[in-house]
Ligand binder design. Structure first.
Ligand code: HEC
Length: 174
């Protein structure tokens, strides 16, 4: 009897387990989608109400340390003053779109590039030569920015890159 019930119970338990795990999985996917849809406009409204500037939106998406938040704010100002006439995050203006820049170029390359891109091109750096040719040999001006200022710009771009992807609806509202 006990031997029989074990033989029956084991597969039953396995089936039960599959249903429980599957049920949790479907409940999760089923809940997440309508939940996200239903609250998305509210979330955007909250973001706009609670966060008059882009940088606080960034802080919400991924908690920044006070130093990072400060760097993002400083970087935004520097970017708007020095770079925005030629660069945007998501479209080519004069120069390339800078969304996701931190994923394609290391900081050790970016600092000398932003200080003096023609010097990097002249050094024969493969990537620099390629992008310079790709953009019709249009020279990016050199910038007398400190390493710290450039790092702020890069921190801002990195934070905004995440922001653009995660909070796509709020981009459309801007
Ligand atoms: C007058 C236009 C202009 C300004 C101002 C300018 N850039 Fe550029 N930038 C370019 C062009 C054009 C390129 C493409 C490479 C080339 O032609 O030299 C480029 C390329 C770059 C790249 C390489 C992008 C990639 O996809 O690899 C970075 C990074 C960059 N710029 C950052 C900056 C930053 C930061 C500033 C402000 C401090 C700035 N640029 C200001 C025109 C500009």
């Amino acid at each position: 009897m006990s031997h029989f019930s074990l033989k029956v119970m084991f597969p039953l338990l396995v089936v039960l387990l599959v249903f429980v795990v599957g049920g949790v999985f479907f409940a999760a996917t089923g809940l997440v989608t309508p939940f996200a849809d239903a609250t998305a406009p509210q979330a955007v409204a909250d973001t706009l109400a609670a966060a008059p500037t882009d940088t606080s939106g960034v802080a919400q998406q991924q908690p920044l340390t006070p130093e990072q938040a400060q760097a993002v704010a400083a970087g935004e100002t520097l970017f708007k003053g020095n770079c925005a006439q030629c660069h945007a995050l998501n479209e080519v203006v004069v120069g390339p779109a800078l969304n996701g820049l931190h994923k394609r170029r290391p900081v050790a390359w970016l600092i000398p590039w932003i200080k003096n891109s023609s010097k990097v091109v002249a050094s024969g750096d493969e990537y620099a030569v390629k992008i310079f040719n790709q953009y019709q040999k249009q020279q990016m001006p050199s910038f007398a920015l400190s390493e710290q200022e450039i790092t702020s710009i890069l921190t801002y771009l990195k934070a905004e890159s995440g922001f653009a992807v995660v909070h796509a609806p709020s981009i459309a509202l801007q």
